[in-house]
Design a binder for this molecule. Structure first.
Ligand code: IPE
Ligand code: IPE
Ligand code: MG
Length: 247
């Protein structure tokens, strides 16, 4: 098998789960798990750069995570702001483009401002693109894309028949980026938890029991190796796929 047959994934999407359990195992408060989780993010970003990955999407805070105890929610917000403050310059130096996907209007004014500045600073970088999903929900994403199209219909700019899969995709928060090739969820749960619902129609799924703070280079290599061994058929037969490679 050649590298060409099984290229590395262009886009990896990760649900970084298991921080709370990691802390519990150590008889520490959940927050310590989230802090350790940020360290893990730093490491995995470097690994993705090394592998030449183009896009990395990280689920940091779901639209459902507001249901957690308010103390945990506010600590997570503080940690997010701190991580942005500490990391943005380094990301920029490494030619990384940072995007925050999700409904950021629910965040404090100062966090929103930090997000806007980080995106502006890094917007023209041409290396790895990182999507940090914050107050993100796959259903929210589809809904807001459909609302944009409905407004265009209302104003007469388009007719309903002009709504296509492509025009919906263009309204999503990941517009113009390739869809995820590989989805990784750490922490043992095997569910999507309202992550990139539309975008993951043909993504390969990889689940590991490893808790996010313990997810390291070797674990990422294992996931990528698993991805490389799969045959992506997109509805075709295996014979067709093999024939295409021979042709
Ligand atoms: C994922 O870890 C991080 C966030 C959802 C913010 P969890 O906090 O869900 O960790 P567990 O699942 O309780 O171990
Ligand atoms: C999903 O993890 C969201 C993030 C990792 C940010 P959760 O731990 O919140 O997911 P559920 O609630 O177990 O499905
Ligand atoms: Mg969890």
């Amino acid at each position: 098998m050649t590298e060409e047959d099984h290229p590395v994934p262009q886009h990896i999407a990760i649900i970084m789960d298991g921080n709370g359990r990691w802390a519990k195992q150590r008889h520490q408060p959940r927050f310590m798990g989230h802090r350790a989780g940020v360290k893990s993010v730093e490491n995995i970003v470097q690994c993705c750069v090394k592998h030449g990955i183009e896009v990395l999407s990280l689920f940091a805070f779901s639209s459902e995570n507001w249901r957690r105890p308010s103390k945990e929610v506010s600590l997570l917000m503080e940690l997010f702001a701190l991580a942005l403050k500490q990391q943005v310059k380094r990301l920029h130096k490494n030619n990384i483009r940072l995007r925050i996907i999700g409904d950021i209007r629910k965040f404090s004014a100062s966090l929103q401002q930090q997000i806007t500045q980080a995106q502006q600073l890094t917007q023209n970088n041409t290396g790895l693109t990182i999507n940090v999903a914050a107050n993100y929900g796959g259903r929210w994403d589809i809904t807001q894309a459909v609302q944009q199209l409905a407004a265009k219909v209302k104003s007469g700019e388009i007719v309903p028949e002009e709504i296509t899969e492509d025009s919906i995709a263009e309204g999503l928060s990941t517009a113009s980026l390739p869809e995820p090739d590989l989805f990784i969820r750490t922490g043992g749960e095997q569910r999507v938890s309202n992550f990139l619902l539309w975008q993951m129609a043909y993504t390969e799924f990889y689940f590991t029991d490893t808790l996010w703070p313990d997810f390291d280079d070797k674990e990422l290599d294992r996931a990528i190796t698993s991805f490389c061994q799969r045959e992506r058929r997109f509805g075709k037969t295996s014979e067709q796929i093999k024939g295409e490679h021979d042709a």
